[in-house]
Design a protein around this ligand. Structure first.
Ligand code: FAD
Length: 307
């Protein structure tokens, strides 16, 4: 069996999550990857351990990973593949359901474990239950959660790069502009340490109390939806059911109550530390270490200790 992985990238770099998708696909058989746009990324993709072929969609229409042209391209390539896989991120979730619809198969999103070529495990009910799904479709189209699969090594492979011909697609969208939030911090979804803040941080200004701590720990910064909705941080910080799913080695939650929708995005973290002034806060039910107290006193103390 051969799987085709849509290898998404940003700023000329392959996303960590896409490397996890390669690891997941390797459990299904031989791995080919599809790189849309960027030539340098296609060359980098050829070095990924375990990849046996790179398909490079070099035509300008693929430069920005737009969903409609990419979905049409995947459909044109699908004949040679049993599985089509992507990371469950913004690109994969945009492109793969469209490709699945065009192929008339049921997409299988957010896979966290691969049982065999037909059978996959995925969370349902905001992560409160795991469904084992057996698909009888001839082609399986799946997105996988990067937190459940290690990233494939970026060195060690030497796959050939083949340019694929563009295909027609409905011109219903066009690229206008991209506005990326710039950060020196690690990507939230693949960071080893995440420092997260909730409504308890009170304001955009006060949220910055977490910065020195995150700097010390080399951590990404996350947030609850309440913190995002209150305008303390941009919405790409959001962790949870409708935000990003993270599973770092260490997750520190400050002023976050632990609503079920937040837990859905972080409860698989290896070690969870919670600081909350309410001893009854549900976050303490999933925390390995908890401090009941005022975060505005505890965060500076923790930061100082780490010096
Ligand atoms: P609150 O629940 O208001 O909690 C604030 C906490 O801070 C309290 O526990 C309080 O004791 C503590 N606190 C206050 N001051 C201090 C202090 N000085 N020191 C220490 N502790 C302090 N939420 C998400 O996070 N992610 C999602 O993806 C998400 N998706 C959702 C999807 C749907 C369909 C719905 C309905 C909701 C979703 N939510 C999501 C919202 C979720 O239900 C909660 O409303 C939200 O998580 C609450 O955020 P919070 O914990 O920051 O705020």
């Amino acid at each position: 069996m051969t799987a085709l992985v849509l290898l998404d990238h940003e700023d000329g770099r392959i996303r960590q999550a896409a490397l996890s998708a390669v690891t997941a696909a390797a459990k299904l058989g031989d791995v080919h990857v599809l790189v849309a746009g960027d030539d340098a990324v296609a060359q980098e993709a050829a070095k990924i351990a375990g990849v046996s072929k790179v398909l490079h969609a070099a035509d300008a229409r693929y430069a920005h990973e737009l969903a409609e042209p990419l979905a049409a391209l995947i459909v044109s390539l699908a004949g040679g593949y049993d599985h089509i896989v992507a990371a469950a991120g913004a690109v994969g979730k945009n492109v793969l359901p469209r490709a699945a619809a065009l192929l008339d198969v049921q997409p299988i999103p957010d896979v966290i474990s691969i049982v065999d070529g037909d059978t996959f495990v995925r969370p349902i009910y905001a992560g409160n239950a795991l469904a084992t799904v057996k698909s009888s479709d001839t082609k399986k189209v799946l997105t996988v959660r990067s937190s459940a699969f290690d990233a494939a090594a970026t060195e060690g492979g030497s796959a050939p790069v083949e340019t694929v011909a563009p295909v027609d697609s409905p011109a219903v969208s066009k690229f206008e502009a991209v506005h990326l939030s710039e950060s020196e911090r690690p990507e939230l979804e693949s960071a080893r340490v995440v420092v997260s803040g909730g409504r308890g941080l009170q304001s955009e200004e006060k949220f910055h109390i977490l910065d020195p701590l995150a700097d010390k720990l080399g951590a990404a910064i996350g947030a609850s939806r309440a913190a995002v909705d209150s305008g303390f941080v941009p919405n790409d910080y959001q962790v949870g059911q409708t935000g990003k799913i993270v599973a770092p080695d260490l997750y520190l939650a400050f002023g976050i109550s632990g609503a079920i929708q937040h837990l859905a995005g972080m409860k698989d973290s290896r070690v969870i530390v919670a600081v909350n002034k309410d001893p009854e806060a549900p976050i303490f039910q999933v925390a390995d270490y908890g401090i009941v107290g005022d975060l505005f006193e505890i965060v500076p103390q923790l930061t100082e200790e780490l010096k």
